[in-house]
Design a protein around this ligand. Structure first.
Ligand code: TYM
Length: 333
């Protein structure tokens, strides 16, 4: 039996360099390992926990599928699907609500942060981690490759699964583990290196988008907040430089020591130029592939991938949901 992998991204816009380095790039690496079977989905149900414009949402969902493929996720090797096409996600989330405590959802830092930004806090935002648990538990996932910000959601998923299993004294759910790559687990904002890089940042200079052209990347990196020391050294006291070194290391595959040596005696200006150039070199082929996929003649190709992916996913999800319903005591059809 191959190890099962699942992960997803919310369709709330163009992905950032943080999403790419923290999640997608790792998915691309995992897909080539024989022992893994991967499913990647577009978390459209999650995205409506903050308000969405219907036209933008429709476009963003398709765009995320194209960004997956452009980033190197091979639709022949992996299952790619849209979350809402597999209604079992919503159904299992409802069931799991009854095995989840209000107290534990109250402790979720993402909920605390995001609810501060909503005037009337929605139940969906509060319940978000339960839907995420359903996404993962439906597929008996062994590993969930994500960035550091999702660690707490993985922990609650494990707690819910264990609670359900022990309630019915049966191993219905596999207990999943987060798969987090340390060096890229938390790519920080270029404008405030104590905050994570986020696509919803109001300050567009804070993040690099997967589709930013070279000149924009150069401008954003040039403006990146650093310190006045003018020394390229990897240190917690220099969060701006540390973040740029982490990014440079990720896109060039050079280690920290090599990088410090490469830029010894060189000022921030030159270093930033090199970082921007390396990011642009990494993103250019992704952008070329994305532009090709976005041509109208490729629309059907994308739709077919999603249709086939949903069929594969639903077969598995349906079986798991039935097992859960039977354990609870429902009469299944
Ligand atoms: P989302 O859409 O916020 O982010 C997608 C992925 O990118 C990672 N990430 C980062 N990694 C490093 N540095 C950053 N600055 C950074 N920003 C984002 C996230 O950790 C994530 O892996 N709740 C999820 C979507 C989801 C999901 C799931 C994931 C829904 N159901 C089930 C895994 C399994 C989210 O909002 O990701």
């Amino acid at each position: 039996m191959k190890k099962q992998i699942i992960s997803g991204v919310q369709p709330s816009g163009i992905l950032t360099l943080g999403n790419y380095l923290g999640a997608l790039r790792n998915w691309v690496k995992i897909q080539d390992e024989e022992e893994y079977e991967c499913k990647f989905f577009v978390a459209d149900l999650h995205s409506i926990t903050v308000s969405q414009n219907p036209e933008n949402l429709r476009n963003n969902i398709k765009s995320i599928v194209m960004q997956y493929i452009a980033s190197g996720i091979d639709p022949e090797k992996n299952t790619i699907f849209i979350q809402s096409h597999v209604h079992e996600h919503s159904e299992l989330a409802w069931l799991l609500n009854n095995y989840t405590y209000i107290g534990e959802l109250n402790r979720m830092t993402q909920f605390k942060d995001k609810s501060k930004k909503q005037e009337n806090v929605k139940v969906g935002l509060f319940d978000y981690p339960v839907l995420m648990a359903a996404d993962i538990l439906l597929y008996d996932a062994d590993y969930v490759p994500v960035g550091e910000d999702q660690r707490q959601h993985l922990e609650i998923t494990r707690d819910i699964a264990q609670r359900f299993n022990s309630t019915y004294n049966k191993e219905i759910f596999k207990i999943p583990e987060a798969l987090i790559t340390k060096s890229t687990a938390r790519i920080m904002s270029l404008q405030d290196p104590t905050k994570k890089m986020s696509k919803s940042d109001e300050n567009k200079d804070g993040f690099i988008s997967l589709l930013d052209p070279r000149e924009v990347i150069e401008k954003k990196v040039k403006r990146a907040v650093t310190d006045s020391e003018n020394v390229i050294k990897y240190s917690d006291e220099k969060p701006g430089i540390k973040n740029l070194i982490n990014i440079y290391s990720a896109v060039t595959d050079k280690n920290i020591e090599e990088i410090e040596k490469e830029f010894e005696g060189v000022g921030y200006g030159k270093f930033k130029q090199a970082v921007a150039g390396a990011i642009a070199d990494t993103l250019e082929p992704i952008q070329a592939k994305y532009n090709e996929l976005a041509l109208p003649e490729n629309n059907e190709y994308i739709e077919n991938i999603c249709r086939k992916g949903a069929e594969v996913a639903q077969k598995i999800a349906k079986e798991k949901l039935k097992e859960v319903q039977e354990a609870i005591g429902f009469i299944t059809k």
